[in-house]
Design a protein around this ligand. Structure first.
Ligand SMILES: [Zn+2]
Length: 262
């Protein structure tokens, strides 16, 4: 009897041992699987974090480079050429109190000073843009008396560039010297007596390049004021100016002040 009980207990123990082994194997498999899942998730988080940090470093460097490009030359004197598919030209010019110091070397044969924001260098650059015109030059300017820029416009006319110019009526009252020169060369600026100012200061070259900013094309503005000029061929910016000019040209040329046509 005791032997039978003993055998029975042994059988149960062996059975339990087998179950235990199966249980252990299952537990190990589950643990291994959990370990694998944990490693995969942790690796994923780490990779994501590394990629995010690299992205932040890249963006930070890119922004710093852009800021350096803008400020690299003192006082925002900048010529930026972005060689991507859309935008090719951004030329930003700032004029300040210092610009007055450059007036002394305005003469064409004089070399611009070493300042990167030299007002003379800016003027020459604007003349270069005007000189690049091959088809059309649309100018919408509150006040235009600067002889150097007027000469560039007249030179464009000599190259058979079509010149259209809208000026404020007050220009015809205050300073007719450049207007007379324009007329002599067959350029007929238009203006209109209005109860508001025609206060724009922009020009469009060949329907491609826009020159715009706060600055009137007068010597005193270039060499005496805080002013800004932006030159760009960004289509999204140039197009609305072309549209606005066409609209204004239609309006101003139909009802131009008779005084300008004398
Ligand atoms: Zn200078």
């Amino acid at each position: 009897m005791s032997v039978t009980i003993c055998l029975h207990i042994c059988f149960i123990q062996v059975k339990n041992y087998t179950d235990f082994q199966r249980f252990s194997r299952s537990s190990i498999q589950v643990l291994t699987m959990m370990k694998t899942v944990t490693i995969v998730i942790t690796s994923g988080i780490l990779v994501t974090e590394v990629v995010w940090q690299l992205y932040k470093v890249y963006i930070s460097r890119y922004r710093k480079e852009a800021i350096n490009m803008t400020n690299g030359s003192t006082n925002g004197s900048t010529k930026q050429i972005y060689k991507n598919t859309e935008t090719k030209l951004y030329d930003v010019m700032f004029f300040s109190k210092d610009s007055n110091l450059c007036r002394s070397h305005l003469g064409l044969k004089l070399t611009p000073c070493m300042k990167l924001n030299c007002a003379v260098r800016y003027v020459r650059r604007l003349i270069q843009y005007l000189d690049s015109a091959t088809d059309s030059l649309d100018i919408c300017m509150y006040f235009f008396t600067f002889p150097d820029l007027a000469k560039a416009v007249i030179n464009a006319k000599h190259r058979n560039v079509v010149i259209r110019m809208i000026l404020d009526e007050s220009m015809t009252q205050n300073d007719r010297s450049q207007i007379i020169n324009f007329y002599k060369e067959g350029i007929q600026p238009v203006s209109q007596k209005l109860d508001i100012l025609m206060h724009h200061k922009f020009a469009i070259i060949d329907n491609k390049i826009l020159i715009s900013g706060s600055i009137n094309w007068t010597k005193s503005a270039f060499f005496g004021n805080f002013e800004n000029v932006l030159v760009t061929d960004e289509v999204a910016i140039v197009k609305p100016f072309i549209y606005e000019f066409e609209k204004m040209w239609t309006m101003f040329s139909k009802t131009a002040s008779p005084g300008l046509h004398n």
